[in-house]
Design a protein around this ligand. Structure first.
Ligand code: NAD
Ligand code: G3P
Length: 324
């Protein structure tokens, strides 16, 4: 085995498939049926059905096996990252490439900050983020991502290591910017889904994307991100993708809310994760903590808590007029 992946959801499986073009991949998954499906039938029917997986991917439920490889792509959902890492053999000092998009509830920490909290700041960490629907990546369709790492030499090594003919990472040293773009776009995708589901029109969706991007930028700058990172693949690139397609789980959650379904029913009906649902209230709290206004994110958090759509939209439109 040459490289590890933690998390056998759609994204962990798609990344394993891309890496397996040239490497042997050890994939840790939680679900016994995912492990046996990958090893015996070369398919992850639960989270990425319809894709024949490389025989170079070996799935395991034993975290201890990860000690055999020194680089791990960590693809557990944001709210589970801390617990999953705490159970892993971190004492072997692996290099971690973090692939979840979110902010931890309670601590308000970004993913790299969670790692520093769990394992100490010395562990080498990078962020992989960008416009990446798992199904497209797994099918080998052209995709570009941001690979952010504060250590330039390591970042460039990882960029070269993860690149494949149709999978193109761009290096950045702005870890915070890459993290914030990915976390915030999920919340805005829910808003765009609501607009679609409630039939509020394409003008409204374009306004949400543009004003949502302004919110992302204000929050990012306040947290030390750079504007050009937020305007790149991991920010604006992913925002445009996720806000314009029902292939997005976050957009689809919003679509259901917009059509009048309850959030509880929508979340109960799926095993897949819509990170924006847990990120929205956390983002609102994190923005308040740095004195940044995020009215769209607040609207999404209110809708997720059960506020009526009509009132939430009216509140957004009634805000004082201001300069763009
Ligand atoms: N699917 C994509 O297209 C895509 C693309 C880029 C980034 N991401 C990000 O990758 C992360 C993982 O998403 P995904 O799409 O692979 O997941 P998924 O929705 O396909 O599957 C859910 C995942 O959550 C895991 N899970 C559920 N309960 C858990 C628990 N208690 N502890 C640990 N893990 C648990 C499951 O094992 C499974 O791996 C998310 O942060 C997501 O935003 C996803
Ligand atoms: O399906 P979503 O909404 O989780 O989006 C998947 C990826 O993050 C798109 O880049």
């Amino acid at each position: 085995m040459t490289i590890g992946v933690i998390g056998g959801g759609a994204w962990g499986t798609a990344l394993a498939q891309v890496l397996a073009e040239t490497e042997h991949v050890l994939l840790w998954a939680r679900e016994p049926e995912v492990i046996s499906g990958i090893n015996d039938a070369h398919e992850n029917r639960d989270f990425l059905p319809g894709v024949t997986l490389s025989p170079r991917i070996h799935a395991t439920g034993d975290m201890g096996e990860l000690a055999r490889v020194s680089t791990w792509l960590v693809v557990a959902p944001a709210q589970h990252l801390r617990r999953v890492l705490a159970a892993s053999p971190l004492e072997h000092q692996p290099t971690l490439v973090l692939c979840a998009k979110g902010i931890e509830a309670g601590s308000l920490l970004l993913m790299a900050e969670v790692v520093a909290d769990v394992a100490g700041a010395d562990l080498p960490v990078a962020i992989l983020s960008g416009p990446t629907f798992a199904g497209e990546v797994a099918r080998g369709l052209p995709t570009a991502v941001t690979l952010a790492c504060a250590d330039e030499a390591l970042g460039e090594t990882l960029t070269a290591r993860l690149a494949r003919p149709a999978f193109r990472p761009y290096y950045s040293d702005d870890v915070t910017g890459a993290e914030i773009g990915g976390a915030v776009k999920n919340v805005l995708a829910i808003a765009c889904g609501v607009v679609e589901g409630a039939g509020l029109g394409l003008n409204a969706r374009a306004a949400l994307i543009a004003r949502g991007f302004a919110e992302m930028t204000r929050f990012g700058l306040a947290r030390g991100a750079r504007a050009e990172t937020l305007a790149g693949l991991s920010g604006l690139g992913d925002l445009v993708l996720t806000c314009s397609s029902p292939n997005s789980r976050n957009f689809t959650l919003g679509l259901g809310i917009g059509r009048g379904e309850t959030v509880a029913d929508l979340l109960a009906a799926t095993r897949t994760v819509a990170e924006g649902a847990s990120t929205a209230p956390v983002l609102v709290e994190a923005a308040r903590a740095v004195g940044v206004e995020m009215p769209i994110a607040e609207g999404v958090a209110a809708l997720l808590a059960g506020a009526p759509i009509r009132e939430t939209v009216a509140r957004l439109l009634a805000r004082p007029l201001k300069a763009e």
